[in-house]
Write a new protein. Structure first.
Length: 92
């Protein structure tokens, strides 16, 4: 129960109000503890994520890379010239 729900509730005695307020305080304390636990977990997950990113970068850097010579590819495409004749279009 939240504190704003107590506004619309009717109480028979002061003891009932005290009990309800104590329950609200207890629930609030539990929620604060849960929030703190989760924020600690978030921090540990962020640290683990950063660690994994660093390991991933190191692994990627270790991969061998072959240099690509673009000049050979350009020369190959220049040597090949394909012409389409009108007869080629209408062949059966």
């Amino acid at each position: 129960m939240f504190i704003h729900e107590l506004v619309n509730k009717t109480f028979d005695s002061v003891d009932d109000i005290t009990v309800e307020l104590a329950q609200v305080v207890k629930e609030t304390d539990e929620l604060v503890a849960e929030r703190d636990r989760l924020s600690g977990e978030v921090e540990s997950l962020r640290d683990e994520n950063e660690s994994l990113k660093e390991k991933n970068i190191k692994l990627v850097q270790m991969m061998p890379v072959e240099p690509v010579e673009k000049t050979e590819e350009v020369e190959k495409t220049e040597d090949v010239e394909e012409r389409i004749e009108m007869e080629d279009l209408f062949e059966d």
